[in-house]
Every structure is written in C-alpha cells, then in structure tokens.
Write a protein that binds this ligand. Structure first.
Ligand code: UDP
Ligand code: GLC
Ligand code: MN
Length: 350
C-alpha cells in the first residue's frame, strides 16, 4: 500500500513472547492485510523471539517493538484460570507505551480478522467485547486503547497494589477499567469483534444466524490452531482432539498459514521431509518442515492419528496437565514403551 493511503498514527498491535506465538501473530497480520486495513501493523516481541522469526515478522508488520517481559508470577490465580503459562500476558501492558500511535487496537496473537475492522478506530479507550464466560467482564483479546506513558505507569502501580484476579492481563484490566460494563454502551464492542471460536457449542442457533457476520475469531484456550495437524495432500486441518475450535475457522487459519507464512518459513526445505527445521525448534520447526506437495508414493505429509495424539499428549504434559489416572498412568506409559520397543521405533533415536 502506498504510504500516503496508510493512517500512520493508528495501529493494530499484537504480542508474541516466543516463536510459537509469533506464528499466530504472522497469520493475524496477514489476515488484516488481506482485509485491506489502512492502519499500521505493530508487533511487540521479547528476547524469546529468534532472529529468523523477527525477519519473518518484519515482512508483514510495519513496526517491531522489543519490550521487556512482565510476569504476574501469580501462581494461585493462574491456577484458577488453569493456564499457568499466562502470567507473561502482563507483557501486553507495554502496548500503552507505543505512543507514536494516537489510537490503537490490541489483538491477541491467537485472533484472526475475518473482514476489515478499521471502523474500530472510531471507538474510544477502553472498548472491548464481553467475555463469553463472564459477560460483565470484557475479554482482553481485542481492545481499543490510547497509548500513553502515564496510563502505562498508572497500570503498573495498580498491578502492584491490586494484582489481577486471573493472574493475567484480563483480570487486571477489568479491575482497572472497572466501569466498562456500566458507563458507556459505546465501549461495548459487539461480540462479533471477538467471537470465541468454540462459541457455536454454547449457542448454536445464534451461530447459525450470525456466524457469517463474524469479524474477529479468537482461538481462546490452551489448544491453538498451530497445535493441530495439517494434511498437505488434502489441504485439510486434522484436529488433535482438543480445543473444540470450529473447523471452518481452523481451516481459514491454516489456509492463510500455508499460503502466506509456511512457505517463507522454510525456503530451503524442498526435498525430503525433515523432522525438525535447522533454524526453528519445537512446533515451529515441525511446521517449517511440512512439505506442501504430496510425496510421490501417494502418501501424505500429515501426522498419523497416533502421532497427533502423542503430540497433543506431550503438549498437555508440558502445560502441567498430567492425566495420572488415565493416559499418563504408569501402566499406560509402560505399555506404550513396550509397544515402541516392539515396533523398533527406538531405532530412529539412536
Ligand atoms: N502470549 C505470548 N506468549 C505466551 C502467552 C501469551 O506472547 O507465552 C500473548 C499472545 O499474544 C497471546 C496473548 O498473550 O495471544 C494471550 O494469551 P492466550 O491467547 O494464550 O490466552 P487465551 O486467549 O487463550 O486466554
Ligand atoms: C483471557 C484472554 C487473554 C488474556 C488472558 C489472561 O482469557 O483471552 O487475552 O491474556 O485471559 O488474562
Ligand atoms: Mn487469546
């Protein structure tokens, strides 16, 4: 877009503290570009984002702002939320320091714009949509705000004296902007601007009626789109069983990811499938190594059901959700080990 048609002093802002959330940020950025936004795109990152990923982010975001990690370290409240990993969402507060923008819209890295949402810039601080779990609170995955160093300092002071009732930014921001639900209806964004991707389970008729008008989808919860598998032969998402996200939303996330992100992540990976990518670790490495064209054997480059279940299990385990009585019970682990040894899979690791 020509610089002249861009509104330089207003921006969509997101946050990624590591390479994995950066995948979400990249897809979000592309979804906004694809919807022809006229606003700037900014991403806040921390030291945990690799150089390679920073380069990828710079291809879609106009501004990359390196910020310090802020962590609530509030284990008790994070436990209530069942998300021990969300203390770092306090890092989000840094968005108030982006004072080169007069107004901005923060969006979580796990959100996706379905259409142009530039009209949000007509709203004032703090505008947000109700949280589906407790509609008298707003969900802090999408909000309109006014950058200001004074507000940032005041939020920090408030965090120290009041804390957050969920251990993350949402509990803090709802305490700070505590008249959101009562003062001014214009600050209530329609739910369409922050639709939980699982919403149709709770109110299917409304989803049927209004689903086509969704403006922003939010893949809330521990299982994100990037934790699912993708069948490169059929172009279909293969759910790992968790998350409960609507298949159509997941499919759109993956289509954007495969079309605009994945190919750039792995320019050198054209031949044999590699288990991990030389530059990226973990999930990002696995996704960077996906081959788009199906192998000549006619098979696909997707994960088998068993691999997907294992991946999901590993993820749950890493998040501290250990199913001691079920799949992670010792007897189960023992039989899994026996099976692995019998099949000779261990050969791959020596
Ligand atoms: N986030 C991050 N690194 C983390 C956890 C969270 O960068 O380790 C950022 C990211 O922008 C993410 C947001 O904080 O979208 C809120 O976390 P998340 O979306 O996982 O929370 P949920 O919406 O599922 O409650
Ligand atoms: C919520 C929001 C997310 C926020 C988290 C922690 O569920 O979706 O944006 O970071 O809670 O407060
Ligand atoms: Mn989120």
């Amino acid at each position: 877009m020509a610089a002249s048609s861009r509104v330089e002093d207003e921006a969509f802002v997101t946050l990624a503290t590591n390479d994995t959330y950066s995948l979400g940020a990249l897809v979000l950025g592309h979804s906004l570009r694809r919807a022809n936004t006229t606003r700037s795109l900014a991403v806040m990152i921390t030291a945990g984002v690799s150089q390679g990923m920073r380069h990828q982010l710079s291809e879609v975001f106009d501004v990359i702002s390196v910020v310090d990690v802020l962590d609530s370290k509030d284990a008790a409240n994070l436990d209530l939320l069942t998300r021990p990993d969300l203390g770092v969402t306090f890092t989000k507060l840094n968005c108030w320091r982006l004072t080169q923008f007069k107004k901005a819209v923060f969006m979580d890295a796990d959100t996706l714009a379905m259409q142009n949402i530039d009209e949000l810039f007509e709203r004032e601080e703090l505008s947000a949509a109700p949280d589906a779990g407790w509609p008298d609170c707003f969900n802090s995955g999408v909000f309109v705000f006014k950058p200001s160093e004074a507000t940032y300092q005041s939020l920090l002071k408030f965090a120290i004296s009041h804390g957050s009732f969920d251990g993350g930014d949402q509990g803090l921001l709802n305490l700070y902007f505590n008249d959101w639900s009562s003062k001014d209806i214009k600050r209530h964004l329609p739910f369409l601007y922050n639709v939980v991707s699982q919403a149709f389970y709770s109110y299917l008729p409304a989803f049927k009626q209004f689903g086509s008008e969704v403006k922003v989808v939010h893949f809330i919860g521990a299982v994100k789109p990037w934790h699912h598998g993708y069948n490169t032969a059929t172009g279909q998402v293969e759910e790992t069983g968790g998350g409960g996200h609507d298949q159509r939303f997941l499919q759109l996330w993956w289509s954007i990811f495969m079309e605009r992100v994945q190919s750039h992540l792995a320019p050198s990976v054209a031949g044999e499938r590699q288990v991990t990518h030389p530059t990226y670790m973990g999930i990002v490495g696995e996704l960077a190594s996906l081959k788009i064209s199906p192998p000549a054997s006619g098979g696909s480059d997707s994960y088998s059901k068993e691999q997907l279940e294992d991946r999901q299990r590993q993820f749950e385990w890493e998040q501290g959700r250990i199913d001691y009585l079920g799949i992670d019970a010792f007897a189960h682990i023992q039989s899994k080990l026996d099976e692995t040894i019998k099949k000779g899979y261990w050969r791959d690791f020596v």
